[in-house]
Design a protein around this ligand. Sequence first.
Ligand code: WTA
Length: 658
Amino acid sequence: MVESAGDVRAEDIVFDPPAEFAAQAVATADLYARAAADRLGFWADQARSLLHWHAPFTEVLDWSDAPFARWFGDGRLNVAYNCLDRHVLAGHGDRVALLWEGEPGDSRRITYAELTAEVKRAANLLTALGVEAGDRVAIYLPMIPEAIIAMLAVARIGAVHSVVFGGFSAESLRARIEDAEAKLVITADGGWRRGKVSPLKPAVDAALAGGGTTVEKVLVVKRAWDDSEQLAWTDGRDLWWHEELAQVDWEHEAQPFEAENPLFILYTSGTTGKPKGIFHTSGGYLTQSAYTHRNVFDLHPDRDVYWCTADVGWVTGHTYVVYGPLANGATSVIYEGTPDAPKPGRWWALIEKYGVTQLYTAPTAIRSFMKAGREIPQQYDLSSLRLLGSVGEPINPEAWLWYREVIGGGRTPVVDTWWQTETGAIMVSPLPGVTAAKPGSAQVPLPGIVVDVLDDTGAPVGRNESGLLAIPEPWPSMLRGIWGDPHRFHETYWSRFSDGPSGPVYFAGDGARRDHDGDIWLLGRVDDVMNVAGHRLSTAEIESALVSHPWVAEAAVVGASDETTGQAVVAFVIPRARHADEAAREGGVDELRAHVASSIGPIARPRELFLVNELPKTRSGKIMRRLLRDAAEGRELGDTTTLTDATVMKAIADRVRH
Ligand code: WTA
């Protein structure tokens, strides 16, 4: 939880949209009235005006099988055609789609005509490899243009992509490949991070080792090494992307698919150890992606240079690097590496070099820039920026104000956008030319979206009260399910509240507060999901990684507040008696931390790990994470009366203090 979200003073600071900005703004106040007057009609208008339909829809929403929604169900479209061909046909083939820069400083400038051609050829390759509509393709790539080309090629032939973040381990990759039953994996030899090659292909080899998966072929993009001798190669399975592409045709005609044709699966952490395959479909997802991208970021596609810093391995990369911007014909910057390579200030150098007009990033990044000092961004010309966005975790008012002043030169609107992998696109956000902005608050649902803050009984909270964020009306880019697990879909999202007037009510898993104006302030997760540097991690998943180590008998993990990353992973571990000495010797704790990094990925590595003799448990055996969080954050311990043994917590708190 971010304490400052409740800071009363912050609520009273308000920035009106600059008059000049408002005068040219894409989104105007009448959107709210139009959406309120006829919500479904409003979405139908958006779908028709923002997208090309090969066959128009007549039905907007079918919610009769709730919570399984169908949007624009009898319409047909091709997602890749909407992101590519139609812009070329409209005469924008020479417009730059991607301004890509690799970490070592190499760069590529790809127009809509070029990107369309590349995607057509890649679509032919997928077909030649036997991929058909509905098949799943796993994509495990660095931030290079081929990641976007691969996603769009999969979409173009009506297949389903499952992008796995390059920072995930071989084990995590295998679990995702198995769950989705992927037929093909698209990877690279490696990518560049912090001046070094971060290998990817070896992790794919490890993930597929021993066979037993549905994967038939592995396509490998050559990115990192000139000398590929270093790569292990499985003949008959592994193929070079560039060699295979050279064999296929450049011409490809996009076929229409049903609006509800699955587009992608994206795995995200839940409250159990097993990641959930959130799955999205085509027409509704693309409508809301394009609508939000255009209105929230005030996109003027003919003159803007937009940059979303997210990796395509996360939902923000799907919706606001790939589908939203390309559906809108935007020009985007894509950067492969880290913000501090080869030295701090790389991001600001990119903004200066490309004349970036909109920047969309996460509070964690902003806080780490704050810590490094304003002297760094001040060495660059950032005057091209005219709008800043934030996403992924609550942004504290201090970071919001710093972002606006130091990066935005005190001129730019800042939009704090709340949404989730499950919602597919932005749900709560100011409109930059309309809403008077409050630092630290996501404020209001977008036109066409209905969001509520409910108490435990499902009744709406009043002003100045907190509760749970809920969505009582279906929305176009909503998840259509958890891949292969309809039961978990019901349980996780639709059973927390009783049905409302429109049917089931969606439970987001976030706490929220309404201020005296009714504006929404996000308060962090209310379940066992942590948000570390804007990445979702589950306590249960890290606990199960820990207990898979031979030294570990039991483990409990909490998200403790962290100045830079929002939350940080803190683990409490009971070693097995016969391994207690090994765990306690020098380096033992680091080995356990490293074990988590290798089982899940470096982002999950605990910031701290404490060896303890016991964990605080209730009489029914449930671990009291709240108390562990108090201890990890150095707070006075809360109520310990429900513990079986109250001295346990005192011992743990003493351990943490040392
Ligand atoms: C959190 C990322 C506060 C929230 C798009 C949500 C936020 C989770 C915000 C989803 C925001 C995202 N303010 N919290 N503006 N945006 N969150 O699925 O806890 O990676 O439930 O999607 O991030 O994370 P996910």
